[in-house]
Write a protein that binds this ligand. Structure first.
Ligand code: GLN
Ligand code: ZN
Length: 769
């Protein structure tokens, strides 16, 4: 095909769309079903209605091929588990009794049966349910859901493309089932799984699918030759089938790297490639393999994971280059639009001019359609869109919200010394020992205490104007008094104020820093029916005034024991927000770090001697490709040090991490130069303590002894046992005693008993030293 005919054939498509509906109708229907207030039929009808609405919106916007099967009542990886019949033994009965209840049993567990484990979908904030496989797993095809959704879309007169998690990614995301040797490699099941995919493909073909999309994002990660061999075998096998739709293998979230030539030489009919951010390296790689002759290329040129408008001219240039490299070039977002909110037009609180810089799923769809039109019919057909886009980009680039010269100048002026404490750790440790006078095995918590209904009601009352700020603040002070007096009575050594004033550990700070925007309806699925509204980091960041000092100082005024100040670290402030795309992430992190540094210094000046800067997201933001990690860890650890290095040697800096295993980033943890780190460790029996020891980690550490993910109250004996295990790795002079994480999701009575037991455990073990 010539470049010109390839251009003329260009179409617009998307890989997936937000599931929840304008008012999160899906969440309400599912949670209503769980509570018995909504019937299964009503839930199914709600879901079908939302699918229909999405397809109609896509078709009306000019999307020619709509995705089907991307919709889910909980999670698309869980749906794939159902599709391939890999139901764990313990859920079999529930699934056999009722498919819908069985699905939710796998997702959430029941009274008697544990759910599937949940983990992050690559480096997004979406979480999927991990397939559990073993040598005895028998797969069987269940294409009912895929066929039904395809049929629904066909009935609307649309041209649907079913979207499936590909077989290689499915196996690479799986883990050995409980009871199976942990060394078991699920990928060894590929030959058993492929016939199931063949059957599903045949069913979809029979039901009228012309194309099917097989998502293989696992191939953008570093892969072994064996993994790549499996990918090649999979797509040679599926490609060789005669009774099948055309196959589009989808990659996203990064560059394909070594997997690109592998997929290019298989007999599949098309590939999707990401051309945004670092994935733009796909362009050169594609040219290097001689393009995709005879194949369809779907080009992800619109960022599917962030909320900024596209630079249409730049995308058109990329698309123009791609025209010579494939038989047909279509236009798409870089990944499913699941990861962005639905529609900016629902936002009423953001200034109209600023709103024009933002593109959610609906706006991104329009951009994709515009680009496809420009490609197919010439840029003269989209001149109005191009000039509006140019004006919006210019308004963003030159807005005082985007650029604050004072912030720029301050960042420029940062020196190495700013990121270094005035004394090395051993000298600081001695100063802190003298200053704080803590016992061996000091006890503390991670920050939050249970967020009671009264607190949530108080916040709602304040928003609704039922109470005024003074009334609200009095409720917060009451809670702080209560939390402080409990900790004193329980005998905890380093107290916290309990974070009652915080709705969320990122949002609370985002609301007080300049440079951040909040959305009212910008919901994004985190997992199941949980949706979050990430703030938008839109411009240069600064701190107009103290953010936490009054609450921490108030708590300190109530006690002679040290009260720990509590802040969210720069990396976490970025990781759980939509970040700006017009400067390197490291620059943004540095701005946030400097704003936090002001807060740290103010806390110290107001008498706070222990300050914790939480970085639970440090590990989860690690780039997918190992080659990109050193650069990331470099700016990430620098930002932490910049935030914390301004204090005196006797002021103790803590950090906290959770939600991950940390064995592979111990060096980075060391590079933070924090005096104390608390880490999640109870469920892994202090594994992280051994990892720190193996690395020779020289500082103080509190591997968690209390698993806060369940209401269970651990006994003092049990926690003492964990402490003794911890002592095998970390000497008593450097071991802290604390829970795994904050207590905000826990109930009050269980928390109090658990903390009393925790103090008892510390006392028992101190007596043995
Ligand atoms: N300080 C926070 C809290 O206790 C930390 C939360 C977290 O690590 N996710 O809630
Ligand atoms: Zn935590």
């Amino acid at each position: 095909m010539t470049t010109r005919t390839a251009a003329a054939a260009a179409r617009a498509t998307v890989y997936g769309y937000p599931r929840q509906g304008r008012d999160r109708e899906l969440k309400k229907a599912i949670e209503g079903y769980w509570k018995g207030r909504v019937t299964a039929d009503v839930l199914r009808a709600t879901a079908a209605g939302l699918r229909r609405e999405n397809w109609r919106a896509l078709a009306a916007a000019g999307i020619t091929e709509v995705p089907t099967g991307d919709f889910s009542l909980y999670d698309h990886v869980l749906d794939t588990t159902v599709m391939v019949g890999a139901i764990p033994e313990r859920h079999r009965a529930a699934v056999d009794a009722d498919a819908l209840d069985g699905l939710f049993a796998m997702a959430r567990g029941t009274q008697d049966v544990a759910p599937l484990e949940m983990t992050k979908w690559f480096d997004t904030n979406y979480h999927y349910l991990v397939p559990e496989l073993g040598p005895d797993t028998v797969f069987s095809a269940d294409s009912a859901r895929q066929v039904a959704e395809l049929t629904e879309a066909l009935a609307l007169g649309l041209s649907p493309r079913p979207v499936l998690v590909g077989p290689v990614t499915y196996l690479l995301l799986a883990k050995p089932a409980p009871g199976v040797d942990t060394g078991f490699d699920p990928l060894t099941l590929l030959d058993r799984l492929l016939p199931v995919y063949a059957e599903v493909l045949a069913d979809l073909r029979a039901a009228g699918a012309e194309w099917v999309q097989l998502d293989e994002p696992a191939l953008v990660q570093d892969r072994t030759p064996a993994d790549l061999g499996a990918a090649e075998r999979a797509y040679r096998t599926l490609g060789a089938l005669t009774d099948r739709p055309q196959l589009l293998v989808a990659s996203y979230f990064d560059r394909l790297g070594d997997a690109l030539p592998v997929l290019a030489r298989t007999p599949v009919d098309g590939l999707t490639l990401d051309f945004t951010g670092g994935a733009a390296a796909n362009l050169e790689a594609l040219a290097a393999v001689g393009g995709l002759p005879g194949k369809r290329l779907v080009a992800g040129v619109v960022d599917g994971r962030n909320i900024w408008i596209n630079d249409l001219e730049r995308s058109l240039a990329t698309l123009g280059t791609l025209l010579g490299l494939a038989d047909r070039v279509d236009v798409a977002a870089s990944c499913s639009l699941l990861h962005v909110p639905l529609d900016t037009s629902a936002e009423r609180d953001i200034e109209p001019q600023i709103l024009r810089w933002l593109a959610f799923a609906r706006q991104k769809t329009a951009e994709i359609v515009t680009l496809a039109k420009g490609l197919a019919r010439g840029t003269h057909t989209i001149t109005a869109e191009l000039s509006a886009n140019k004006a919006d980009l210019a308004s963003r680039a030159t807005s005082p919200l985007t650029r604050d010269p004072a912030v720029g100048a301050r960042c420029e002026a940062v020196t190495d010394a700013d990121g270094r404490r005035s004394q090395p750790y051993p000298a600081r440790a001695a100063a802190q020992r003298a200053h704080l006078g803590l016992p061996l095995l000091p006890t503390t918590t991670i920050g939050s205490f249970p967020q009671t209904t009264e607190l949530r009601t108080a916040r709602a009352d304040l928003r609704a104007g039922r109470i005024d700020t003074a009334g609200y603040e009095e409720r917060i002070r009451t809670e702080i008094r209560d939390v402080v007096s409990f900790q004193e009575k329980a005998g905890i050594d380093v107290l916290v104020h309990g974070e009652p004033e915080r709705n969320d550990m990122v949002q609370y700070f985002a609301e007080q820093l300049t440079g951040y925007l909040a959305t009212r309806h910008g919901w994004v699925q985190s997992y199941g029916t949980r949706y979050v509204r990430p703030p938008v980091l839109a411009g240069d960041v600064s701190r107009p005034g103290p953010m936490t000092v009054r609450w921490t100082s108030y708590a300190q005024s109530l006690s002679d024991r040290p009260v720990k100040g509590m802040l969210t670290g720069p990396v976490t402030m970025l990781a759980w927000s939509f970040v700006r795309d017009d400067q390197p992430l490291g620059d943004t992190a540095r701005q946030v770090a400097l704003a936090l540094r002001d807060e740290v210094d103010d806390l110290e000046a107001n008498g706070t001697s222990v300050i914790q800067v939480d970085e639970p997201a440090l590990r989860e933001t690690l780039p997918l490709r190992a080659a990109d990690r050193a650069a990331y860890l470099d700016w990430a650890t620098e930002a932490f040090r910049l935030a914390t290095a301004g204090v005196r040697p006797g002021t103790q800096i803590h950090t906290h991490m959770c939600y991950a295993e940390f064995g592979d980033i111990v060096q980075a943890i060391d590079d933070l130069d924090a005096d104390v780190i608390s880490l999640e460790a109870a469920r892994s029996h202090m594994q992280v303590a051994r990892e720190l020891a193996a690395h020779g980690y020289p500082r103080e550490a509190g591997p968690g002894v209390y698993d806060i993910h369940s209401p269970r109250v651990p006994s003092a004996d049990e926690m003492a046992g964990l402490l003794r295990t911890g002592l095998e790795a970390i000497p008593a002079e450097r071991l802290w005693v604390n829970p795994d994480c904050g207590l905000k999701t826990r109930g009050r009575p269980e928390t109090r008993s658990s903390l009393e037991n925790l103090v008892a455990a510390a006392r028992t073990v101190r007596g043995e030293l």
